[in-house]
Every structure is written in structure tokens, then in C-alpha cells.
Write a protein that binds this ligand. Structure first.
Ligand code: SAM
Length: 278
């Protein structure tokens, strides 16, 4: 890989390297700003890393906000994980399964993390969360980020493990909460525990039903920003987190056009948040 892309990370082609909703990375970085209030050298666990885009955002934010740098442990099997039914509805999933089967995603991950800030140490274990997380020490991470399997039982498992692994004061967070439990047709979501991404009949919006149900079960009230959700553990209880802040990190590995569109989207989001509810 380094021969092909000696000077930069690579997220292009059919890699689907920049996943989902890029605006969420702005709020991910703000979560680091939040943790930096009490911790100058955070230790982080990421479940689901794909080709390393989120790791680069985390590391950039850690260097920006945490004077002591930090560590990130990535856990991912880097194997095909979409089932036939979901592939049928989304051709990108076939590309991702192919990239994983060829070990392209794993090798790209190894290549891309070389461009992370040097003050941040990145380690990884190649295995599913259920393979790896039971081996990790309880109360040892300041941030746990869940972006792995979207199947309901898997997300329930990841949440329970994350709770065990998180230190007091730490942040438990994740991707893919397009709709909270009280916003969608929750019965419909429960009837589709293993579907990856589909339309909610109540709102018409696409969402990840397994993530919505599992997060709702653990956190009936949850803070979320454009689908990035987070909660802070204080004395064994979880509190919502206010990420309204002037701190701002734009992931430098995002192409310029994407950076510009994120700024537009963020402006619209903040304007909409500022409109008083009648
Ligand atoms: C949406 S991608 C992650 C994207 C990445 N966080 C980013 O933003 O660049 C989901 C990843 O989760 C991994 N995955 C799927 N099931 C998993 C499991 N049970 N445990 C850990 N990782 C899993 C997949 O291999 C894939 O790389």
C-alpha cells in the first residue's frame, strides 16, 4: 500500500472508506474536547474501524485537545459482515464484503493509521468484539466508541461490555443512531433486529434498527448529534452530554469538497437547533 500511496491515507475507489455521515466526525472530535476537561491523556477503545477514517479523526482531536497524547485500541475482524438481504438493498455493501474478503480493508487500515498523529499510539486486535473484549481489563478506558455490528444482539453485547470496560467519568459513544427509540416505530425496529439499514414507517427516514433498539434499552434518554450518540458515566450512572462548544476540528483526511459541505451542513444544523420551539 505504501508504494501506491506513499504520502497520504487512502479512502477512495470502492473502499467506502469515509463511512456514513461525515458531519458526525465534528461531534466525535467534540467528545474528545469534553473528555480533555478531566483527562489529558485518554485511553480509547474503538469497536469497528474499517479502513481507519474514524481513527484518524480521533487521533487528530486527541492531539488538538489532550496535552499528553493518548492511545486507541481498535477491534475489528476485518472480514465480510453484511448478509445477503442487506447486500440486495445496497450495492456498497457488496463492495465492502469483497474488500474485506480480499484483505484490502485490513491492509488499508494498516496503511492509513500510519498517518495518524504520532502522539497517539494505535494498537489493534483482529477479531470480533465477542472474541476480544472479554480479554480486556475492566474500568480501563476513558472512551469506548461502538461502530461495529448493527445486529441487535451484537449491539446489546457491545454496550454491556463497554459499560464494564469504561472508567468512572468516561464516555460511552457510538455511530448510527439516526433515530432514537422514541422517534421511530419501535415495534417495527424490534421486528427487524438483524436488518442493517432500512426505512422507518413512522418517519420515512432510514435507520439502523438494531442500534436504535439496543441504545434505547440502555439509555431511554440519550444525547445524540446527527446520529453520533454519547453518554458520560458518573459514579455508575450515565448522564447526557452537551457538545455545544466553540471547539472545532475538521478531519484533515477529508477531501476539501467534503470539508466544505460539512461546514454548510453544520451551519444549517446549528441554525435549526437555535430556532426556539413553538
Ligand atoms: C461502519 S464500519 C466502521 C467504520 C469506521 N469506524 C470508520 O468510521 O471509518 C463497521 C466495521 O465494523 C466491523 N465489525 C462488524 N462486526 C463486528 C464485530 N462483531 N466486532 C467488531 N467489529 C465488527 C466491520 O468489519 C467493519 O470494519
Amino acid at each position: 500500500m505504501s508504494n501506491l500511496f506513499p504520502d497520504s491515507p487512502f479512502f477512495g475507489g470502492k473502499t467506502h472508506g469515509i463511512q456514513g455521515f461525515p458531519i458526525r466526525h465534528i461531534f466525535m472530535a467534540r467528545a474528545i474536547h469534553k473528555i480533555a476537561e478531566s483527562n489529558s491523556e485518554p485511553k480509547m477503545l474503538e469497536v469497528g474501524s474499517w479502513t481507519g477514517s474514524s481513527v484518524l479523526t480521533w487521533s487528530q482531536a486527541i492531539v488538538e485537545f489532550c496535552s499528553g497524547g493518548g492511545t486507541i485500541l481498535c477491534v475489528d475482524p476485518w472480514l465480510p459482515y453484511f448478509n445477503e438481504k442487506d447486500i440486495f438493498s445496497n450495492s456498497g455493501y457488496q463492495d465492502m464484503n469483497d474488500a474485506a474478503a480480499l484483505d484490502l480493508s485490513y491492509n488499508l487500515f494498516l496503511h492509513n493509521i500510519q498517518f495518524a498523529a504520532t502522539d497517539v499510539k494505535i494498537n489493534h486486535f483482529r477479531g470480533s468484539s465477542s472474541d476480544v473484549l472479554p480479554y480486556l481489563a475492566a474500568d480501563s478506558f476513558d472512551i469506548v466508541y461502538l461502530d461495529g455490528s448493527h445486529c441487535l444482539e451484537d449491539v446489546r453485547y457491545d454496550l454491556a461490555q463497554a459499560d464494564k470496560l469504561l472508567k468512572n467519568g468516561g464516555i460511552l459513544c457510538g455511530d448510527d443512531l439516526e433515530l432514537k427509540g422514541d422517534e421511530c416505530d419501535l415495534e417495527f425496529a424490534r421486528e427487524h433486529p438483524n436488518s442493517d439499514f432500512l426505512a422507518d414507517p413512522k418517519t420515512g427516514n432510514n435507520f439502523h434498527p438494531g442500534v436504535t433498539v439496543a441504545v434505547h434499552e440502555m439509555f431511554p434518554e440519550v444525547s445524540s448529534y446527527c446520529g453520533f450518540w454519547l453518554m458520560q458515566k458518573i459514579d455508575g450512572k450515565y448522564q447526557t452530554v452537551d457538545l455545544v462548544s466553540s471547539s472545532f476540528v475538521m478531519p484533515s483526511h477529508f477531501p476539501e469538497a467534503l470539508q466544505a459541505s460539512i461546514l454548510e451542513e453544520l451551519k444549517a444544523y446549528l441554525e435549526q437547533k437555535a430556532v426556539p420551539k413553538s
